[in-house]
Design a protein around this ligand. Structure first.
Ligand SMILES: Cc1cc2nc3c(=O)[nH]c(=O)nc-3n(C[C@H](O)[C@H](O)[C@H](O)COP(=O)(O)O)c2cc1C
Length: 188
């Protein structure tokens, strides 16, 4: 697909929009290979991922609900959010945990490592368009409470989850951006 078109039609696609199609292992492996080609300062390659499918996906949902409660025990909307979270897990064919590993060998600012992970995620997101997979990056506030569930080391951090499912439609309404002209200064 033409690169301009692919970028233009990429959308955040939510679990209620997914169909029941299976995302096969080969496709997931290719998406992850594409993530691995992201640019990375000093080659620290700070991204890593965990792939949740089937029963593991259901366990992830339960862990999310627990973390949500621990993060905000007085949340009056807890029951609603719990139901919504478990539903999102059920409707997704696959969920990727998105993680950053801070380099201990070379010193670069954390923002550069977060940026590199985001570029890896964008590679996955764009590749999903090509594969007729809907996905979106979710960044819940309670992922710090899931450190032990994710089995992370001290220099590792969860940067959110990518919900994924096969998706029938190729064009969704664009969420309008403020014009690029207002965000660029040409000094020529
Ligand atoms: C770092 C990051 C975190 C995001 N977190 C969430 C989120 O927690 N919940 C959500 O609904 N969308 C989330 N999104 C998706 C955005 O809401 C979505 O990209 C935005 O509305 C623009 O829509 P589009 O991607 O379809 O163009 C996130 C996107 C990024 C880049």
């Amino acid at each position: 697909m033409d690169i301009n078109k692919l970028i233009a039609i990429r959308r955040a696609v939510y679990p209620t929009q997914y169909n029941k199609g299976e995302i096969d292992k080969e496709t997931l492996e290719q998406l992850l290979e594409n993530a691995n080609m992201a640019p990375t300062h000093k080659m620290t390659q700070p991204w890593f991922f965990k792939v949740y499918k089937n029963e593991a996906k259901a366990r992830l949902g339960q862990a999310m609900v627990q973390a949500m409660e621990a993060h905000n025990p007085d949340d009056l909307r807890f029951d609603f959010k719990k139901k919504k979270t478990l539903e999102k897990c059920r409707l997704s064919n696959c969920i990727l945990g998105i993680f950053m590993k801070r380099s201990t060998a070379v010193s670069i600012p954390e923002w550069e490592e977060i940026a590199a992970v985001a570029m890896a995620v964008q590679n996955i997101w764009l590749s999903c368009v090509d594969q007729k997979i809907g996905c979106y990056w979710s960044s819940p506030q309670y992922t710090a409470q899931m450190h032990s569930f994710f089995d992370l080391n001290a220099n590792e951090r969860c940067l959110g989850l990518m919900y994924m499912g096969k998706f029938d439609h190729t064009t969704l309404p664009i969420k309008e951006r403020v014009s690029m002209a207002s965000k660029v200064e040409w000094l020529v």
